[in-house]
Design a protein. Structure first.
Length: 380
């Protein structure tokens, strides 16, 4: 295996290690320590979601058109490494939203060019192993970062001072990843090529099918709202990182299995299974009991990995201009995920958590029934 693939995997390990130290406790920090409402949390989630996905289309286009690869990757990791610890200085939802958007911009900036580096250094007949190896280190960083966060909360408590210190501490793994990508990862040979954004009738048909997934994400709770529901049923802040560990383990254990299912049974049936997992996860939250919430995180992980793998495979199998359609796919996730977070946060803050849950369950149940009918009729 090319050494650059190993270095890129280690870069992702340390970067996701730092990210995992923030994600489980950021909603708690905003609502409990900054005393902001759930609508403000929804705004932060919306901004982060939009910047995380929407800009990937632009960075991929710049990388392809002008042959700029490693500089975009380095810039992306640098922005993320610097912005994460600065959240420790935040004094309100606006500063958190700005820094979170900045951090997600770094992720969006590096994602497509990083994949281009992996594809460049990987062997043609070993692309699956190349991306699989990288994804393994990616998930490993997330897992160990979450476990490290749990250990810190367990040893030092969950005060505001501890939480802010955790944010500051993300500078260490973040800078380690940045140093690795600057010093050890090589750039591709410069090759300028013109690439236009063009969609054929087949591409448009694929995008039309993806709309169903976008609407499902609009109604589905984001990780932040899963976290606040867990807090509302009495799960301690100290134990919340372990919920994310459960979700990550579920994804790790079933990611390859989902690929086998897609190849054997087709994307439509696997998507139906994914939407069923999502329905169960949201329904378990609706039950509002501690055990149900723990189980809900397992189904959250199952929904995430099965739905993403199935949709990506569907694009690969049916789209003619895959890069363009993948760009639309990420942009759709950004738009609908952001709008859903704003609506959920508003309903939770100005009405109640039950209202937000009922809105989500109503939309998801309706979409699930429609998809079951379409699958049975063979129209997907």
């Amino acid at each position: 295996m090319n050494k650059n693939i190993l270095y890129l995997g280690l870069v992702s390990f340390f970067t996701d290690f730092a990210t995992a130290m923030i994600n489980p406790i950021l909603p708690i920090f905003v609502v409990l320590y900054l005393h902001e409402g759930m609508d403000k949390l929804g705004f932060i989630v919306a901004i982060a979601t939009f910047f995380s996905y929407a800009l990937r289309l632009l960075s991929g286009y710049i990388s392809d058109r002008y042959g700029v690869v490693k500089p975009l990757v380095v810039a992306g990791y640098a922005i993320s490494a610097i912005s994460k610890p600065l959240i420790g200085f935040a004094d309100g939802y606006r500063s958190v939203a700005f820094l979170r958007a900045l951090e997600r911009t770094g992720k969006a900036l590096r994602s497509a060019p990083k994949d281009a580096l992996l594809a460049y250094f990987g062997k043609e007949k070993m692309m699956g192993r190349t991306f699989g190896f990288h994804k393994t280190l990616d998930i490993a960083g997330e897992l160990f970062g979450t476990l490290f966060l749990f250990w810190i909360l367990w040893q030092f408590g969950k005060s505001e001072e501890v939480v802010r210190t955790i944010f500051f501490a993300t500078a260490i793994p973040g800078l380690l990843g940045l140093v690795l990508v600057i010093l050890f990862v090589e750039d591709v040979k410069k090759k300028k090529k013109v690439q236009r954004f063009h969609l054929t009738s087949r591409d448009k048909a694929v995008i039309q099918e993806l709309l169903f997934y976008f609407f499902f994400l609009f109604f589905f709770f984001s990780d932040a709202f899963f976290t606040m529901e867990a807090k509302s049923v009495g799960i301690s802040v100290t134990w919340i990182p372990l919920l994310f560990v459960l979700s990550t383990l579920a994804q790790t254990a079933t990611s390859y299995l989902s690929g086998i299912c897609i190849d054997r049974f087709g994307t439509s049936r696997v998507l139906l299974l994914a939407y069923t997992f999502g329905l169960i996860a949201q329904g378990l939250l609706f039950a509002q009991c501690t055990l149900c919430t723990w189980i809900a995180y397992i189904f959250l992980g199952l929904f995430s990995v099965f739905s993403l793998n199935a949709n990506r495979s569907y694009i690969a199998q049916n789209a003619e201009n895959r890069a363009s359609v993948y760009g639309v796919f990420y942009a759709g996730i950004a738009l609908f995920g952001a709008l859903g977070a704003v609506v959920t946060g508003f309903l939770w803050q100005h009405f109640s958590m039950n209202t937000a849950l009922m809105f989500s369950m109503g939309g998801i149940c309706t979409l699930w029934l429609i998809y079951v009918a379409r699958t049975a009729l063979g129209t997907t």
